[in-house]
Design a binder for this molecule. Structure first.
Ligand SMILES: Cc1cc2nc3c(=O)[nH]c(=O)nc-3n(C[C@H](O)[C@H](O)[C@H](O)COP(=O)(O)O)c2cc1C
Length: 181
């Protein structure tokens, strides 16, 4: 079955490590016949969630109109969402976190986002893989709360400069991850 998969990317580095793994995933998913849409949160203007709970009251998902509203429908209608990002200060980059925070509008707006197939792709400089817990744990808890099906994770420590990912198996693992969708 052909699926609609959104890759939510969280790095502005064009030739960066997250982007390379996202590209490997995309190529493999497209080869399976899936439609893949990439939205790069790092290049978008998305503010933080105000927690005002006025979502959809103006007809738009978020009352504070910004880039989130332009991708909300893709997130809502996607069969799968792949979160791809680097570790920033032991956590998610702020821009991608803002997008995820604003998915709260789906909850307030009564939109059903359960049942989605999701996956995590992440990388960082340090060699200790547990430093990626700052991304992995919020991802897993968010997936569990929303009844998403975690299709797998590609977590790659030890990559600093853009392109360092090519010396690892990160792209191959990202491509294999696509086989599960
Ligand atoms: C603002 C910032 C914060 C970072 N914080 C961490 C960190 O806490 N731990 C770590 O191992 N790497 C950290 N890094 C390194 C990146 O995770 C690493 O370079 C990664 O490969 C970048 O991925 P990208 O090429 O997809 O942007 C940080 C990089 C930046 C720019």
């Amino acid at each position: 079955m052909s699926k609609k998969i959104v890759i939510l990317l969280g790095s502005a580095r064009k030739n960066g490590n997250s982007a390379a793994m996202a590209h490997a995933f995309m190529t493999a998913a497209q080869a399976k016949g899936h439609t893949v849409i990439v939205h790069n949160a790092a290049l978008m203007n998305v503010g933080g969630c105000h927690g005002c709970e006025t979502c959809y009251s103006t007809g738009r998902p978020c009352t504070f109109d910004d880039g989130f509203n332009s991708i909300a429908n893709d997130l809502l209608t996607a069969d799968g969402i792949v979160f791809a990002m680097p570790l920033y200060w032991y956590s998610m980059p702020g821009q991608i976190k803002n997008v995820i925070d604003k998915m709260f509008s789906f909850v307030i707006g009564g939109k059903d986002i359960s049942g989605k197939e999701t996956a995590l792709i992440a990388c960082c400089e340090e060699e200790d893989p547990t430093v990626l817990d700052g991304i992995r744990i919020p991802y897993e808890r968010t997936a569990a709360l929303n009844k998403w099906h975690d299709m797998g994770q590609v977590l790659v420590p030890g990559v600093l400069e853009a392109g360092a990912i090519h010396k690892t198996d990160g792209e191959a693992r990202a491509a294999m991850l696509a086989e599960r969708f």
